[in-house]
Design a protein around this ligand. Structure first.
Ligand code: SAM
Length: 296
């Protein structure tokens, strides 16, 4: 296996020590390093990358962080293993082997091909795990879905900033949003969002654009709802402009933010913007805030 300098042909699969524990102490770092997904498997944590990633620097950084956590006693050892998997459907098969994922009270994410027995009233998200983020494995997606469920989404016009594979847009449409503009700067996200929306019968409600949300302006603001699962740095950089696209009395869901220092930064920024936090929740060290914009 070559591990230096090339764009990945398919998947780079890395496993690190620690299982569930590693999700807590290392999960955020792996996501920031571009992992498309990760799952504890026994006493290891398996994470996967695809697309334009240079493996040498990526693996060096993972090894550095793992070694430092092991030295501090936060991981059991510093053994990092990596392999290339030349199989486009590898992540799909991996996900299908893990079963359905519940999010909030009523969302059930069932990858096609997975056996599941939804309860009456469940809203099923039949998301095929591919390249874009949004399989439901990551806590932020589940937090955002749970947050969405608490809002009056029926009839809303919504923005989904950093849409990944479109899971939150589709969820909003299933909750009755009449129009959702989904945006992401990754080509694979735009393609998968359009395909997933069609597959869920909400293709007419979801419009997807490829853009950097820090430079983009949405069509025909204002909107009733803004959803952003997109990390603290873009949220802090974009917040003022983004909130100017929301109606007074409208709602927001922000996640992609770590518990602790990032959570405090987000809450301070929301407070400065006179946002009322209706609900906040944390899961697997990630934080989500559901808010209302003042002035209805
Ligand atoms: C954490 S994922 C969220 C995906 C999906 N919304 C979910 O909840 O699972 C963040 C997404 O934001 C996109 N993204 C990050 N920064 C962006 C930016 N400045 N402009 C547009 N998209 C961005 C990434 O490509 C990625 O698909």
């Amino acid at each position: 296996m070559s591990v230096d300098g090339t764009a990945l042909p398919t998947w780079l699969v890395v496993d690190v020590p620690g299982g569930e524990l590693a999700v807590e102490v290392l999960g955020g770092t792996l996501m920031e390093l571009g992992a498309k997904g990760m799952t504890p498997v026994g006493d290891r944590l398996v994470a996967a990358w695809s697309g334009k990633v240079t493996q040498g620097p990526l693996l060096a950084e993972i090894r550095r962080v793992v070694a430092s956590l092991a030295e501090d006693g936060l991981l059991p050892d510093d053994r990092v293993e990596a392999k290339l998997v030349e199989d486009e459907d590898w992540v799909g098969r991996w996900r299908r082997s893990l079963g359905p994922i519940r999010a909030g009270e009523r969302f059930l994410i069932i990858p096609p091909g997975v056996e599941a027995d939804p309860d009456p009233g469940d809203r099923v998200l039949a998301i095929e795990p591919r390249m874009a983020f949004g399989t439901g494995e990551h806590a932020t997606t589940r937090l955002a879905l749970a947050g969405l469920e608490t809002l009056p989404v029926a009839g809303a016009r919504a923005l989904d900033l950093g849409c990944g594979n479109g899971i939150l847009s589709i969820a909003a449409a299933l909750l009755g949003a009449k129009e959702i503009v989904a945006v992401d700067f990754e080509e694979e996200s735009v393609e998968e969002t359009a395909e997933n929306a069609e597959r869920h019968g909400v293709g007419d409600n979801v419009r997807v654009e490829r853009a950097d949300v820090l430079e983009w302006t949405p069509p025909e603001p204002p909107y009733d709802l803004l959803i952003a699962n997109i990390y603290i740095t873009p949220i802090l950089a974009g917040l003022d402009r983004w909130l100017s696209w929301v109606k007074p009395g409208g709602f927001t869901v922000f996640t992609g933010v770590k518990q602790g220092a990032e959570e405090a930064e987000l809450l301070a920024a929301l407070d400065r913007m006179k946002m009322k936090v209706l609900r906040s929740e944390a899961l697997d060290t990630w934080f989500c805030a559901v808010c209302e914009l003042a002035g209805a």
